[in-house]
Design a protein around this ligand. Structure first.
Ligand code: TRP
Ligand code: ZN
Length: 488
């Protein structure tokens, strides 16, 4: 179901979540390998180069069976350096993206993901490279093949008017979204390609540097920390931001426009930045204060905050949803309440620091962040997680029972089950292992996999290791069966 439901679902009380239809059929999607699925890449031409070992083409997908052309195979990006100029008046973006990457195989050619925009030139290791485009696949053909296990750079010069992705059936509008005074940039699950070329899948995380120029008077909000003061000359201002922790592409942002800011530190000592469009000024202090309070509280529950700063951004584009952009959650056109702020900040641990490798594991993000809302209510005396669990469990005809949350589906990725039944799964675990083991499991998950990835199997193994209990059937009925669990 569409994301428009999310803001509603997130603030709904236990019994008030609206129903959505969801097919009962959970037959496994066929697992296709990326190379088999993507016929877009021409066959390798490496033999013509005379190299001893034949270089092959990188796959047009990173290997997510449900999103066969998302991301790309054959290399791993370490850092993106994005130097961009955007003018809201002309809606024109111009810039260069430099990717610092490492080959995972020898490469005669490889793909980047890019949606729309005009590619002016591509260079690999500072040598001009040929390129072709097909759909959102940009294929780069270096002048000479790249050897396996070596570092390389790709520089792409490009320009044009970014267009967001509009998915009327499921995901709504996402990516680079123009606003009346700038842009609101929220890219989950695969909209980073609307504004920069890259390996657009959370299985490949990288550090980011942003050097973004806009007309004087506007503010640019990207991830991580601002480097130096903005520099103004000739009626334009350049903002430099750096995110020095690995980040999934969908969490990158360059939201810009008119903003009022409040900056400082949380009582616990973490840098805190709140920003709102002037129309949402009355939320500025609230976003600042609650982000501080909640970040500090989650640090005591989940372990040290994994990033360098926290905060929140409210823009005047009415998406109706929020996104947990790394270090800077963004709220689209509404005054956020505590529940959604608690949710987006919990994602900094669950989703952002510990990331998924395949979209079907999305409950590891959304189930955890939803459970965090219940924990926040518990902490603030607004009702226990147990009461929330019981409230949902009583609703026998909820469509979430037909949708196993452990296998989020393409076409219905952000189904309420992934959120609510995912959260219920954690509560069932808590009931079974008790509070000390449960919270140790959450903290250990965040600590052991900090800045990396985790799968559902990894989580089940951790829960069994730390609790000493056999939990297969509990996770099976909660995550994988198309019916309301009866006993576990
Ligand atoms: N992850 C978001 C949340 O639950 C929801 C979301 C999914 C989203 N896709 C999005 C937000 C695209 C913005 C853009 O908080
Ligand atoms: Zn979420």
């Amino acid at each position: 179901m569409g994301l428009r439901r999310l803001a509603l679902a997130l603030s709904a009380t236990a019994l008030g979540v609206s129903a959505c239809t969801s097919p009962g059929n959970i037959a496994d999607a066929p697992v296709t390998t990326p190379s088999a699925a993507g016929a877009a890449t021409p066959s390798p031409a490496a033999s013509a180069t005379g190299t001893a070992t034949q270089a092959t083409a990188g796959a047009p997908g990173i290997g997510d069976p449900d999103f066969p052309t998302d991301g790309n195979g054959g290399y791993d990006v370490a850092r993106y350096r994005l130097k961009l100029d955007y003018d809201p008046g002309t809606e024109h973006l111009k810039g260069t993206a430099v990717l610092e990457a490492r080959t995972l195989q020898s490469l005669s050619r490889f793909n980047l993901d890019l949606s729309g925009l005009k590619v002016e030139s591509v260079a690999v290791n500072d040598r001009a490279a040929r390129f072709t485009r097909s759909g959102t696949e940009l294929t780069v053909i270096p002048a000479t093949p790249l050897a396996s296990g070596t570092d390389f750079t790709v520089r792409v010069a490009y320009s044009g008017t970014p267009e967001p992705i509009r998915d009327a059936d499921d995901l709504g509008v996402y990516g680079f979204i123009r606003t009346s005074d700038g842009a609101f940039v929220t890219c989950e699950p695969n909209g980073a390609k609307t504004w920069f070329p890259g390996n657009d899948h959370p299985a490949d995380k990288a550090r980011f540097e942003f050097e973004i120029t806009v007309p004087e008077g506007l503010v640019v909000l990207a991830n991580g920390e601002q480097v130096g003061e903005p520099r103004t000359s000739g009626g334009k201002t350049t903002f430099v931001w750096r995110e020095d922790h690995p980040m999934a592409t969908y969490l990158a942002t360059m939201t810009l426009g008119e903003f009022v800011l409040k900056e400082g530190k949380t009582p616990g000592g973490i840098r805190n930045l709140a920003a709102t469009d002037p129309k949402f000024r009355r939320s500025l202090n609230k976003v600042y204060d609650l982000s501080a309070k909640i970040t500090d509280y989650w640090s005591t529950v989940f372990g040290d905050y994994p990033f360098s700063s926290t905060g929140g951004v409210v823009d005047d584009f009415a998406t109706g949803y929020a996104l947990e952009n790394q270090t800077k959650p963004m709220y689209g056109g509404f005054h956020p309440d505590e529940g959604i702020i608690a949710h987006e900040l919990a994602h900094q641990w669950f989703g952002n620091s510990v990331s998924i490798k395949r979209w079907r594991d999305l409950w590891l993000n959304e189930g955890f962040a939803t459970y965090a809302e219940w924990l926040w209510n518990e902490h603030t005396g607004k009702g226990t997680a147990e009461a929330a669990f019981n409230g949902y469990y009583q609703t026998e005809d909820d469509p979430m029972w037909a949708y196993p949350p452990g296998r989020a589906r393409p076409g219905d990725l952000f189904n309420n089950s992934v959120y609510t039944r995912g959260a219920m799964t954690l509560h069932a675990l808590r009931q079974r292992v008790g509070d000390p083991a449960f919270f140790k499991i959450l903290r250990t998950w965040a600590e052991e996999r900090k800045y990396g990835h985790g799968t559902t199997d990894d989580f089940v193994a951790l829960a069994e290791r730390l609790s000493g209990k056999e939990l297969d059937s509990l996770f099976d009925v909660w995550l994988f069966q198309p019916e309301r669990p009866a006993d576990w």
